[in-house]
Write a protein that binds this ligand. Structure first.
Ligand SMILES: NC(=O)c1ccc[n+]([C@@H]2O[C@H](COP(=O)([O-])OP(=O)(O)OC[C@H]3O[C@@H](n4cnc5c(N)ncnc54)[C@H](O)[C@@H]3O)[C@@H](O)[C@H]2O)c1
Length: 250
């Protein structure tokens, strides 16, 4: 069993995920990085110079029931514990008005954004339950708290994540497990840059940045994720923590 605490992060080579990995690593966790992008994972590990004893990765499609089970089994065998599970993996999908959205687009978004965190929690919870402790952080979005145009699939998938997180918080609090979601406004990552471009197709933009006049930097989101997973947040359970720089104030 690993002497250090273990954090498992999906979407670990992404804009926010890679900063989440770094934050846990800097705070003495062993980190398991999960993503579909092998080269990006390897590049991130090399760029940060992570100790290979403490940071490992698996190529994983979070929408695959079989892969998630196999990877979590392997982590259990290798590390013997999982203290924090952070699911950042998601796709924005193709923007379109609802009538043009396509069922295929909608379904793929749900497979990754909703079924992914569900499968991760379903497989990791037995380990946390046996430990009598654990913290889960999922990713909602301001889009999952409002009703943005052209993203019925993405937006509603984030409503679902916020909801599932509350289901788990309510069921597993009694076992010492806390589950919370973080809902960012805009964050300076590839997903944000793609969104800005995609909205241009519709001649208007809902990319408003709010009173701070800038998107969040990914590490500003990672700080909140780390706090929620830490014992400093021991009484926060079932919350959806808005980190939008005040954007939703209007
Ligand atoms: N960037 C923003 O403005 C913003 C705003 C609100 C919420 N969010 C949420 O924050 C989280 C992280 O977003 P980001 O901006 O870092 O995005 P990103 O695109 O930079 O990273 C997403 C990561 O998920 C991985 N991924 C995609 N499909 C996968 C799959 N099937 N299996 C495993 N990994 C997969 C990608 O390879 C990528 O590394 C997401 O849940 C997103 O919805 C982002």
């Amino acid at each position: 069993m690993s002497e250090r605490k273990v954090a498992v992060v999906t979407g670990a080579s992404g804009g926010i995920g890679s900063q989440v990995v770094k934050k846990f690593y800097e705070n003495d966790y062993d980190v398991v990085m999960l993503d579909i992008k092998k080269e990006a994972l390897e590049a991130a590990i090399e760029a940060e110079g992570y100790d290979p004893e403490r940071v490992c990765y698996y190529i994983l499609d979070v929408s695959s029931e079989e892969q998630v089970k196999d990877v979590v089994d392997s982590i259990k065998e290798k590390k013997g514990r999982i203290d924090a599970l952070v699911s950042t993996a998601a796709i924005i999908g193709k923007y379109n008005p609802t009538i043009d959205y396509t069922f295929a687009n909608f379904k793929r978004i749900y497979e990754i954004n909703v079924f992914g965190p569900f499968l991760m929690m379903m497989n990791v919870l037995p380990i946390m339950k046996a430990q009598g402790k654990g913290a889960i952080v999922n990713f909602g979005s301001v889009s999952g708290m409002t009703g943005y145009t052209y993203e019925i699939g993405y937006g509603s998938s984030k409503w679902a994540v916020i909801g599932m997180t509350k289901n788990v918080a309510n069921e597993y609090g009694q076992f010492g497990i806390r589950a919370n979601s973080v809902s960012p406004g805009w964050v300076n990552t590839q997903m944000f840059r793609d969104s800005v471009e995609d909205y241009k197709n519709f001649g208007d933009s809902q990319v408003t940045l709010g009173p701070l006049g800038r998107p969040a930097e990914p590490e500003e989101i990672a700080n909140v994720v780390y706090f929620l997973a830490s014992d400093e947040a021991s009484y926060i359970n079932g919350s959806n923590v808005l980190v939008d720089g005040g954007m939703m104030l209007g």
